[in-house]
Design a protein around this ligand. Structure first.
Ligand SMILES: [Mn+2]
Length: 330
């Protein structure tokens, strides 16, 4: 049964004629997938839709129908019947100004959503925002097409770490069942996302794993990326999807910290297994995300940051309760 929040949002989308869609800066598979699925749906209903994001879609999504319609801008000047903001815990996460001049519809699954919209639908139990968009499309009564289905599947596949994260439920597979039934070639789409990278990415992966540091008795893996490494390996900065998950293949590794410094900005991405909550780690640095996948932007020298991130991550592993305290560094 659809949650109560869907009805008013479906009504607003039916009643309006022009919409702008936005999502978080540095969009991922779920942001772009959710936006494209909703865009195709609204256009099927005869609506005018623009997608405005702060940053371009990642290259691994280039085969998604409609992806070239995504506009990249810092500001929205025009007026719309509503701005639909997907995948954002706060409106600031879009890094697009002018959205607050529109009635904002907030659709998100990130824990701690600030309920910043005129209409809010926040569901932290959804494995991906695309799951929520799928349910909204059903309420709107628009049949799934291969274009809508591909967008939904891209969001779910990437946001669940290829069906590995703890947020997956029966509803995830119900959504995917409907996607497969509408004619999406899911293997082809997975290949486009995961078997389509540059050789530079492969070289970068080798270097990263070779130079990986381990902390807390092998429970935490640390990967460091900077411009020199990207240059030496020939890996484009936007072609690193999934690399961070690789250390989780080792039995001992409970969490991964990837610290990336490019254009003078340092960001940390965090991944974890099971009940180890890296969102809480990211939140102490002003970031956010999910229990098993989170990130934050950092403002201290890289070595200092690394020490603090490691100690917070050790605490998160200890809080998970099923592990003994960390051993001294080997
Ligand atoms: Mn998401």
């Amino acid at each position: 049964m659809a949650p109560e929040a869907i009805g008013p949002i479906a009504k607003a989308l039916r009643d309006g004629t022009s919409f702008v869609l936005s999502s978080h800066a540095r969009p991922d598979g779920d942001s772009i997938g959710s936006q494209l699925a909703l865009t195709h749906t609204l256009r099927a209903l005869g609506k005018t839709v623009r997608i405005v994001n702060h940053d371009p879609p990642p290259a691994y999504l280039e085969t998604l129908p409609g992806v070239t319609d995504v506009e990249v801008a810092d500001c929205v000047y025009d007026r719309f019947d509503a701005a639909v903001v997907l995948e954002c815990g706060t409106l600031d996460r879009t890094e697009v100004t002018g959205l607050d001049r529109q009635p904002v519809i907030n659709i998100d699954h990130h824990a701690g959503n600030a309920m910043y919209g005129v209409l809010n639908w926040f569901d932290p139990s959804a494995a991906a925002c695309a799951e929520m968009v799928h349910d909204l499309i059903a309420v709107l009564g628009v049949p799934l097409t291969p274009a809508i289905g591909a967008a939904l599947y891209a969001g779910i596949l990437t946001d669940t770490g290829s069906f590995r994260h703890a947020n997956i439920s029966a509803r995830t597979f119900e959504t995917c069942r409907n996607v497969a039934a509408c004619g999406v070639d899911v293997a082809d789409l997975a290949a486009a996302i995961y078997q389509n990278s540059s050789l530079g990415k492969l070289r970068l992966t080798g270097r990263l794993l070779h130079e990986m540091r381990l902390e807390a008795g092998g429970r935490i893996a640390i990967l460091r990326v900077d411009e020199t490494l990207l240059h030496d390996t020939g890996c484009p900065a936007d072609d690193m999807e999934g690399v961070i998950n690789l250390p989780l293949a080792a039995r001992s590794v409970e969490a991964v910290i990837m610290i990336k410094t490019t254009d003078g900005v340092t960001r940390a991405s965090l991944r974890s297994k099971g009940v180890v909550d890296v969102r809480a780690v990211a939140a102490t640095f002003g970031g956010g995300g999910h229990r098993n996948a989170a990130g934050c932007t950092l403002e201290a020298p890289a070595s200092e940051i690394e020490r603090r991130l490691v100690s917070r991550t050790v605490a998160a592993i200890e809080r998970a309760g099923h592990l003994r305290p960390a051993e001294p560094r080997a």
